[in-house]
Design a protein around this ligand. Structure first.
Ligand code: AMP
Ligand code: MG
Length: 344
């Protein structure tokens, strides 16, 4: 166990510079610090320091073959980590960065080998959260930062989620309140003539296509064929799982209600995660509202997946969402979180 320091950088609306300096100095000294980004909380360490980066893998229990995303404050810093940058990446960076998008490009070797998990490519992103940007500028080094959760659990969207998973295992946590987007960045492979989505996320396929035309999706994400290996190693692991088993149920409220009634008749304690309108129509003891719009659902999703503990309920049911816009990222996460998918 190590002591985890907790800072609240924005208690009075502006960033407390002496606390920011303390957190930045700890990163430069090779410690692990969790901080908010606009997607989820990240667990950061100096991306050029192999020993510092190994502390991330240790704290999270992350498989060694799953590479980390390097976070930087500016386009110039991003370009300093990579080579062979296609022209369309320039356009994407100018349109979407800072923001929830990660570019996988050929590494020039500046990051420690465990950041890239020994691959020749590196994933790089410029976050837009004011605390993340201020921290990156204050330490002036690339920061490797996966989501700040224990591997396999839902990603953290509040400082309390991080604390629940990692206190005693990391040097510090910056509390910046709830994150905004709620699902992780879109990861795109930019080593080919056409960009390929390796993980759907905060920037949608439709938004990318508006800027660069044709964008494809890693076939391993769209087919349930186990022979297809995802190009983002992280996509092959069980992920985002709530404590109690969760079933994803397509087909609407009537079907959901019938299933609730059947489970309750069999003595089960049931919880439902759903849109506010759906919840109003359902009769069930435990309800968690994911909000109204798809954007609300993304923002509330991981809080919902963490909300019910094993001691409270036997089973969690969750409705499905249309796979348009951010709905693609939502359904990707829900499929991975669910132990069973009851299709229409
Ligand atoms: P996390 O930071 O925990 O949200 O996970 C980062 C995701 O990006 C994982 O799915 C990784 O496998 C993926 N990723 C990071 N770097 C690369 C890379 N160089 N090539 C392919 N996927 C990557
Ligand atoms: Mg993660």
């Amino acid at each position: 166990m190590i002591e985890t320091k907790r800072w609240n950088l924005t208690e009075n609306g502006s960033i407390n510079l002496s606390m920011l300096r303390e957190a930045a100095d700890a990163l430069v000294a090779g410690e692990t610090i969790a901080f908010p980004t606009e997607t989820v909380y990240g667990l950061g360490a100096d991306a050029t320091n192999e020993a510092a980066v190994s502390k991330i893998f240790q704290a999270k229990g992350r498989p060694q073959d799953n590479p980390l995303i390097a976070h930087v404050a500016t386009k110039e810093q991003l370009l300093r980590l990579v080579e062979n940058v296609p022209a369309y990446v320039d356009k994407l960076i100018d349109t979407f960065s800072p923001g929830p998008i990660t570019y996988v490009l050929k590494s020039n070797g500046s990051c420690a080998p465990n950041v890239t998990a020994g691959q020749s490519t590196v994933g790089v992103r410029i976050p837009s959260h004011p605390i993340a940007i201020a921290l990156l500028k204050a330490c002036n080094i690339p920061i490797a930062a996966p989501s700040a959760n224990l591997s396999g659990k839902p990603s953290p969207t509040t400082a309390d989620h991080v604390w629940e998973d990692l206190h005693g295992k990391i040097a510090g946590l910056i509390d910046g309140g709830a994150t905004g987007v709620g699902v992780e960045s879109t990861v795109i492979d930019c080593t080919q003539a056409t960009p390929v989505i390796l993980r759907p996320g905060g920037i949608t396929r439709e938004e990318l296509e508006d800027v660069v035309g044709n964008v494809t999706v890693d076939p391993a994400l769209e087919h349930a064929d186990p022979a297809l290996k995802p190009k983002a190693p992280g996509m092959k692991y069980t992920h985002y799982a709530p404590e109690a088993p969760m079933w994803l149920v397509a087909g609407g409220n009537e079907k959901l209600q019938a299933l609730i009634d059947e489970l309750v008749d069999n003595g089960k304690s049931v919880a439902v995660l759903a849109n506010r309108d759906s919840l109003e129509k359902l009769t069930v003891d435990h309800k968690f509202s994911l909000g109204e719009t798809l954007e609300d659902t993304a923002a509330n999703l991981y809080d919902g997946l963490r909300y019910y503990k094993k001691a409270d309920v036997d089973i969690i049911l969750c409705e499905t969402y249309p796979e348009i816009g951010i709905g693609q990222a939502i359904m990707n996460r829900l499929r991975k979180a669910a132990s069973k998918y009851i299709e229409e």
